[in-house]
Unconditional design. Sequence first.
Length: 326
Amino acid sequence: MRMPMLLLLLAVLCACGGGRETAPPGHGLVGLRPLPRSPAEAVAVAGPGQEGLPLYDRRLTGTYPFVAAHLDALYGGFEGDEFATRKVFFEYYMGLGGAHDNPVPKDNLLIQTIQAYEAQGYDVLHILICREYALMKDQGFPDAKPGPFPEDTRILSAEDVQNHRALFRQAHALGLVRKPDYALIQMVEHPSFFAREPRVLPILKLMQGVAFEVHQFNRHWPLETGWSKPAEVVAGARWAVDHDLEYIFYYGPIVWTSDHYRPFIEREWLETFWAAGLPKRHPLVHYYLNLFPHAHGCGRPVGPESDPHSMLGFTKWVIEQVRTGP
C-alpha cells in the first residue's frame, strides 16, 4: 500500500507545482511590429520616396534596454538587436489563391512562413489570420474570396479553421514545422459583430482568440464617432474574455504629422479605452503595437526609448502600463 500512496502523493505534488509554473500572470502580453528596418522596407510600407524614414537598425543598439528586456513578442524576426524575446507573431491572409491556400504543406505560404521563423530560432506565438477580401480584391488578387459573414468578411468558416489544423498536423508529420498545432487568432474587421452573432462563436471556439485593429487614421478618426468607438471595442473584448478567448488589441499606425496630432494623443486613446472598460491588465488581453509608418504617421522617430514621443518610447510606456505597472 505504501508505494501506491507514495506515487499518488508525488503525482499530487507534481500537479500542484506544474499548476504554479503554468499559471497565467496578472497581465497580458505586449508585442511590437518593428517597421521599417531598412530603406527598402520603408518604401515597401510607406511608399515611394520614403527611403529616409527613421529605421529600426543597428544604430539604435543599446538605446532601448527596457523594451529589449521586457517586450513579449515581435512581428517577425529581427537581426542585429538585443531583444530578449524569441517569440513572434504575424498576420496571414487566406482566401487569395495560389500559395496562400495551397493544401500541400511544402507549397503552402503559411507553412513556409512558420518554417522561416523557426529556422531562425523563433517560436511562433500567435498567427493573426483572416480572409482579407475587402482590401486585397483591388490590390492584385481579383479572385479573393470573402468569409461566410457579409457583416465581417474577414471571419473564417469552421472548415477554413479545420483545414488549417489538418495542414499543421501534416506539416509536422513531414518534419516541416516544430509543432503539430499553432495558435490561430481571428483578425476581425468589425469591433463587435463577432460578439453579437451567435453563429460566430462555434467558429471562434475552434481558434485561440480575436484581434481587432485600431488605427489612428481614416475611418477610425475621430475616436468618439469613428469605426473603433470605445463602447464597441470594449463589448467585443469583454465578450472574448467571457468566452475564455484571447483578445489582441492591435494598435496602430499612430499619427505624427497630421493636423489632428497633439502630444501623447496615442496614449490618450489607450487611456480612453481603459476608462471605458477595456481590460488593462488581464492574462487574456494583449496589446500588440502595429507601429509601421503610414500616411501622416510617417516620420515619427523610432527611438531611443528615452524619447517618450518615439516608437520605442511609446512601447516602453505601454509595457509599463500593461506588464510592470506605472
